[in-house]
Design a protein around this ligand. Structure first.
Ligand SMILES: Cc1cc2nc3c(=O)[nH]c(=O)nc-3n(C[C@H](O)[C@H](O)[C@H](O)COP(=O)(O)OP(=O)(O)OC[C@H]3O[C@@H](n4cnc5c(N)ncnc54)[C@H](O)[C@@H]3O)c2cc1C
Length: 408
């Protein structure tokens, strides 16, 4: 039997956005010894999961991260003060404004790279956290009170009371731990790039539904070189991917202008685009014996509604709330603790996955009754403040507020 080289209360497999956020939040509780296993070699930011992507964070998610990272440098982000939702070639449209809901912003646009750097500054040398990198888990041995973890197929074995899997959508430990993973491919890819327009964004975000799927523009100005730019998330057919990636930029800009129209102005420039395949994937359950799964490793969503990271951050907040209860300090991997966590996450997770999947279905479809229905829906939202309010609450992450208030 291999010798146990280190013992932890919690081991987090995957040090991306969700894993690093969790590690920091738990380290701040001051109760636990934490190990983090990260497969990527790069030292800064914590892993290559932090790419050029920008993400729209709900007001509540941004507040949580700002409180967590609290130091003299704020987490940079661009306010989303207004959202314009429209359907290409049809009348339906709807607008949301922050002042209608008496909040400074409906959400924030944050560069994931910048978030990674800010997290790394605090998790890299925290005394409660030990990093194993580059490393991955090759074997798990479950005992009643612990899980023994073999790293990289070598004889190095560490032991933990609770294993947390945050390895993203392609997690290999998820399979080792026995979670079932279901995937629904949408037959769509997301083309991501930064674009410059001829007029300033004035804190508008746009979501436009086209016959190929949604196209979103998020305002961004916080991080230097992209000042005045928007971040583009453009849903395309996978067959178009190679053409679009190889297309000369003026031609790509013309194509984009044709799809989006002139509502936000004239597209002037576009950065080198990258593409991601779009799926809805989820694990059958959130917990197994002494194991819990969070973030994209638990559910990977279509970015249509900008919910993946927000949902993952709510996973983190709920788990941290559980583990901050004195009842769980002596055994963070107990059945009671994990069962409570899974029950608390069930509703929000199901609703957010259904909402995202439903939006993809309704807004990527050109069948006449659906086109009529969604236009009627957008128009009634424009006319009826209470319907608009529901959409705004989702954008702000407000319906989950009661679960997470006061954790940190
Ligand atoms: C185009 C696009 C736009 C998006 N826009 C938004 C948005 O506007 N709003 C929003 O809320 N969400 C958005 N999302 C979703 C959001 O980006 C993800 O939900 C979030 O980044 C997931 O973080 P994670 O830490 O769970 O996973 P990841 O970021 O995938 O991190 C996983 C980490 O685990 C490591 N790892 C992987 N395998 C192993 C292993 N075997 N052993 C050890 N380590 C391993 C990886 O190196 C990585 O560091 C978007 C996603 C896409 C694709």
């Amino acid at each position: 039997m291999a010798q146990i080289e280190a013992e932890f209360d919690l081991v987090i497999a995957g040090g991306g956005a969700i894993g690093s956020t969790l590690a920091l939040a738990l380290a701040k509780l001051g109760q636990y010894r934490i190990g983090v296993i990260e497969s990527s070699e790069s030292q800064l930011p914590p892993s290559n999961a932090f790419d050029t992507r920008v993400i729209a964070l709900a007001h509540q998610s941004y507040q949580f991260l700002t409180t967590l990272l609290a130091d003299e440098y704020p987490l940079l982000g661009t306010d989303i003060k207004h959202i314009h939702v429209s359907d290409r070639g049809h009348l339906g449209q709807c607008q949301l404004h922050h002042d209608e809901y008496r909040v400074p912003a409906l959400g924030k646009v944050v560069e994931i790279n910048h978030l990674g750097e800010r997290l790394y500054q605090q998790v890299a040398n925290h005394s409660a956290i030990q990093w194993f990198r580059p490393a991955h888990i090759s074997k798990l041995d479950y005992h009643s009170d612990t899980v023994d973890i073999t790293l990289d197929g070598q004889s190095q074995v560490i032991s933990t009371r609770l294993l947390v899997i945050t390895e993203g959508g392609n997690s290999s430990t998820r399979q080792l731990a026995g979670f079932e993973w279901q995937t629904k491919a949408y037959g769509q890819s997301a083309l991501i790039a930064n674009v410059a327009l001829d007029s300033p964004h004035q804190h508008w975000a746009y979501e436009r539904f086209t016959e190929n799927g949604p196209l979103a523009l998020l305002p961004m100005d916080a991080c230097g070189p992209h000042a005045g730019y928007y971040s583009l998330v453009w849903t395309i057919h996978p067959e178009q991917q190679e053409d679009y990636l190889a297309m000369p930029r003026p031609a790509l800009l013309r194509r984009l202008q044709q799809e989006f129209g002139y509502r936000a102005g004239l597209f002037k420039d576009i950065s080198q685009p990258v593409c991601y395949p779009l799926t809805l994937s989820s694990s059958d359950t959130l917990t197994r014996h002494r194991t819990v799964i969070l973030g994209n490793a638990a559910q990977t969503l279509h970015p249509i509604a900008g919910q993946g990271m927000n949902l993952g951050l709510r996973d983190v907040q709920t788990l941290v709330a559980q583990l901050s209860a004195p009842l769980n300090h002596h055994d963070p991997g107990s059945y009671r603790c994990l069962d409570t966590y899974a029950r608390q996450r069930c509703d929000d997770r199901r609703k957010t996955m259904n909402l995202t999947d439903g939006l993809v279905g309704v807004f990527s479809n050109s069948q006449q009754p659906l086109v009529f229905g969604r236009n009627a829906g957008l128009m009634s939202m424009a006319l009826m403040p209470e319907l608009r309010a529901k959409l705004a609450m989702q954008a702000m992450g407000a319906q989950q507020q009661e679960n997470i208030d006061g954790i940190l």
